[in-house]
Design a protein around this ligand. Structure first.
Ligand code: GDP
Ligand code: MG
Ligand code: K
Length: 273
């Protein structure tokens, strides 16, 4: 059995530090095909035949930068065994914005919740178990900088390799956006399947008007017209544009999630008094 794992996360989340911890000196550097984005690969220490690819640091999966395109293409075309999504726990809401998008790709995923040393020092508390339950994926608290939790993370990665479980569907999609995604999913169902795109991800990309995905799915003029109509309808009902509608929905979900799972130092203080 062999495994291919993708390390994805925001810039400055500790990705390079974690990559080095997981692979040791066992790494080599190249480029992703066709672009000058650096591709680092290494074997994961302590796991037989598991390769880790360090994807570029990104904040979203929209194709605005070649880093974002590289990340999408790698995950959609290479079908990795799993994604290790490194999340800066001191910046949880911002980082989870990418996590939600990665989860739409339907690839098994573990969150490596990094910088936990700083969270501890701040006096904040993150209820990791609860967060993991709500998201439906494993979360391992780590401090890559202090070399803490790396063994636990390795164990989860090893398990992902053996079990090869698919990701449970996370339903954070509500209201008008949900309606639009649902209608579009209906239209592009076959094309998404043929292109090897997860339906939910593809439908969301149609709402965003994402050209590369439209081309990959070979959306014709007629279908594009229908999709545009659905999205305009959504915009007029929400009194906002498509990008804001999606961002509002994602951040709304994340905010509620963090309200439940994170206790800020000051709040603990107030409870005690
Ligand atoms: P990247 O941009 O995601 O590759 O992040 P780096 O690995 O370069 O790390 C960014 C900064 O965060 C560096 O100064 C690291 O030393 C620091 N860092 C990484 N992991 C941790 C951690 O667990 N705790 C703390 N306090 N700092 C960390
Ligand atoms: Mg780096
Ligand atoms: K830091």
């Amino acid at each position: 059995m062999s495994g291919l794992f993708a390390l994805a996360g925001n810039q400055n989340s500790g990705k390079t530090t974690l990559f080095n911890r997981l692979t040791g000196s066992n790494q080599h550097v190249g480029n992703f095909p066709g672009v000058t984005v650096e591709k680092k690969e290494g074997r994961i220490k302590g796991i037989k035949d598991a390769v880790l690819v360090d994807l570029p640091g990104i904040y979203s999966l929209s194709p605005y930068t070649s880093e974002e395109v590289v990340t999408r293409d790698f995950i959609l075309k290479e079908h990795p065994t799993g994604i290790i999504n490194i999340v800066d726990a001191t910046n949880l809401e911002r980082n989870l914005y990418l996590s939600l998008q990665l989860m739409e790709l339907g690839i098994p995923m573990v969150i490596a919740l990094n910088m936990m040393d700083e969270v501890r020092a701040s006096g904040n508390v993150i209820h990791v178990e609860l967060l993991s339950q709500k998201l439906g994926i494993p979360i391992v608290p780590i401090s890559a900088g202090k070399n803490e939790g790396i063994g636990d993370l390795s164990e989860v990665v090893k398990k992902m390799m053996i079990e090869q479980k698919t990701l449970p569907k996370l339903d954070f999609c509500t209201g008008e956006v949900h309606r639009a995604i649902h209608s579009i999913a209906h239209i592009i169902d076959d094309q998404a399947k043929q292109a090897g795109y997860p339906l939910r991800f593809a439908a969301t990309k149609m709402v965003e008007g994402d050209r590369p995905t439209m081309e990959a799915l070979q959306i014709d003029e007629n279908e594009e017209h229908i999709i545009e109509h659905i999205v305009e309808e959504m915009e007029s009902r929400l009194h906002t544009d498509r990008e804001a509608a999606l961002a509002d929905m994602r951040y709304g979900y994340i905010e509620a999630l963090c309200n439940e799972c994170v206790v800020k130092h000051q709040e603990t203080h107030e409870q005690i008094r």
